[in-house]
Ligand binder design. Structure first.
Ligand code: DX5
Ligand code: ZN
Length: 218
């Protein structure tokens, strides 16, 4: 499969969201990556369902909603109604992860698990075949524009091995500090989806940057 690009709206200009959404609509990007932060699970607050509902009015590509919140099960239905096509929850935020994944799938949308940089891939051994997606954090969650953690290459390869071994259909998504330098090696290690916030929205020409990220090969 050719890799997918999911620009993160966290780095967009919130006062010109419609303009930045249109840039993504017209680009070669595949998904919108939407970061929800509660100020408890992560030390930052972003936005919630009302803003996502408005993004959904303009976004013409699937919305990949990354929940960095505690007790996320309370809100799955709200996020689906706001337009989420994919919901990912943190392993570190879900006591009953299997139940959370089933609850997302019951809404007929895709379900994924996110691992923080310190969480090894093998904790997913007994749930990997149930997942549509695994998101590996390549920075500590909470902020855009941070430095990529090099150990992510190894984790991506570990995850790819687990997926192949179990016959899981899960996609591997990488989030944090992705740029033109590390992206080829991530793709080579097995990444299917690359999230990029700062790299896209701080580029002089975001459309061209998305094209460059999309055009990379192993
Ligand atoms: C960080 C978020 C990321 C963030 C990535 O907690 O999950 O999606 O927007 O931003 P960059 O690509 O700038 O590291
Ligand atoms: Zn994210």
């Amino acid at each position: 499969m050719n890799h997918l690009i999911a620009p993160s709206l966290l780095s967009a200009d919130f006062a010109n969201l419609e303009r930045d959404i249109e840039i993504i609509n017209k680009s070669e990007a595949d998904w919108f990556h939407i970061d929800v932060m509660d100020g408890v699970f992560v030390p930052n607050i972003s936005f919630g369902q009302p803003v996502i509902r408005h993004i959904n009015k303009h976004a013409k590509k699937p919305m990949d909603v990354h929940l960095m919140i505690i007790d996320p099960d309370r809100y799955f239905k709200d996020f689906k109604e706001a337009g989420a096509d994919i919901i990912t929850v943190h392993y570190e935020a879900c006591t009953h992860l299997h139940r959370s994944i089933q609850a997302i799938k019951l809404l007929d949308i895709k379900a994924g698990v996110v691992l923080n940089p310190h969480t090894p891939v093998n904790v997913l051994e007994d749930i990997i075949t149930e997942l549509d997606l695994v998101l590996l954090m390549s920075v500590n969650p909470g902020f855009g524009g941070q430095k990529f953690i090099e150990n992510t290459y190894k984790k991506t390869r570990d995850l790819k091995t687990l997926i192949t071994k179990t016959g899981s259909k899960a996609l591997i998504e990488i989030d944090g500090g992705v740029n033109l330098e590390n992206a080829p090696k991530l793709i080579e290690s097995g990444a299917d989806v690359l999230v990029a916030g700062n790299t896209v929205f701080s580029a002089p020409n975001p459309t061209l940057m998305i094209k460059s990220l999309k055009g990379l090969s192993k």
